[in-house]
Design a binder for this molecule. Structure first.
Ligand SMILES: Nc1ncnc2c1ncn2[C@@H]1O[C@H](COP(=O)(O)OP(=O)(O)OP(=O)(O)O)[C@@H](O)[C@H]1O
Length: 317
């Protein structure tokens, strides 16, 4: 059963002539990370808030695990859905541990269970347990964002809504948090709706991307399909579908692997990992000026990446 089903979901704010979200229909499957992508004002945040009922729809329906959300109390629904936002929404006067524990407390968890959960979540988001006693202002922006994520995950919700959670961070911190989110997602397999207007972020994170424009869905597709089969000029321009390097960043070394023993001339060069993206691999290849690089993990070569093969692939896309 689909985790989230929207049917002609619509939001028109009072006094506004335009619909912020206009008859939007889509389905999200369990464990998918779906990114909502589009220019400022296209309705991404409004759509997210319709899912956890911070906004009530003007028309249309929303089903979560087959149940119409209108049949549940909004507060109960929100406790079942994790929510992480750019401004973190951390309570400044509460310690980190209290911030993380907000929803479990509301759900009436026992103290011991909450204490264990706080430690577990700090480990998960890569922060020391000693941070428990700190206040949000004693953390960096990136660390606060991690706490926001930990808090959203606290009661182990099946669904996570994330609204530009890494928007305010510098590029390096942002990339690191994206990687960590992907690692956490591989482990936990939440159903995630993630809002961004950053195309790179969308392409890196998404299983599928909903491209929005003026309240409507223009295309709902995999990153690769958005690039190779953009629905129209708007999508093509938004995703930079003509950009070869972007294509490469969506493919992994494993896709271009030549199996077998690497040539002796390159055998001792630092290896690539099969899950590395081809854009990174190309940069490393060009920097080493070698004909290829070994590919392997844990000291075991699985094969090699040949510059000639990569050149050929570039010619084909
Ligand atoms: N509370 C509100 N009252 C009236 N209009 C609103 C309200 N919230 C949003 N809107 C309007 O609805 C439209 C969609 O806004 P929304 O915040 O969903 O866009 P967005 O895609 O998330 O944009 P951004 O990337 O800038 O955050 C905009 O035209 C906005 O002005």
């Amino acid at each position: 059963m689909s985790m989230i089903v929207a049917e002609r979901l619509t939001k028109q704010f009072p006094g506004e002539s335009r619909m912020a979200v206009a008859q939007v229909s889509f389905q999200v499957e369990p464990g998918e990370l779906v990114v909502l992508l589009g220019p400022s004002g296209c309705g991404k945040t409004t759509l997210l808030k319709l899912v956890n009922r911070l906004y009530e729809p003007s028309a249309g329906t929303l089903l979560i695990e087959g149940v119409d959300v209108r049949s549940m109390p909004a507060t109960a629904l929100r406790r079942r859905i994790g929510y992480a936002i750019q401004q973190t929404g951390l309570f400044p006067h509460l310690r980190i541990e209290q911030n993380i524990a907000v929803v479990p407390r509301l759900l009436g968890w026992e103290r011991q269970r909450i204490e264990a959960r706080i430690d577990e979540l700090l480990d998960l988001v890569g922060l020391p347990r000693s941070y428990r006693r700190r206040y949000p202002r004693q953390l960096s922006g990136g660390e606060q964002q991690r706490i926001g994520l930990a808090r959203a995950l606290a009661a182990d919700p099946a669904i996570m809504l994330m609204d530009e959670p890494f928007g305010a961070l510098d590029a390096l911190t942002r990339t690191r948090l994206q990687d960590e989110l992907l690692a956490i997602q591989r482990q936990l397999r939440k159903t995630i709706l993630f809002v961004t207007h950053d195309v790179e972020e969308a392409l890196r994170l998404a299983d599928r991307i909903i491209v929005m424009r003026e309240g409507r869905i223009v295309q709902f597709d995999t990153p690769l399909n958005l690039l190779t089969r953009p629905h129209d000029a708007f999508v093509r321009q938004l995703t930079g579908a003509d950009d070869l390097l972007r294509h490469l960043s969506l493919m992994t070394v494993a896709m271009a692997l030549t199996p077998g023993t690497p040539p002796a001339s390159i055998a001792n060069l630092p290896p690539l990992a099969p899950q590395d993206d081809l854009r990174t691999a190309l940069v490393r290849l060009l920097a080493t000026k070698a004909e290829g690089l070994p590919v392997g993990s844990n000291g075991q070569a699985q094969g090699w990446l040949s510059l000639a093969v990569l050149r050929q692939m570039l010619g084909e896309i």
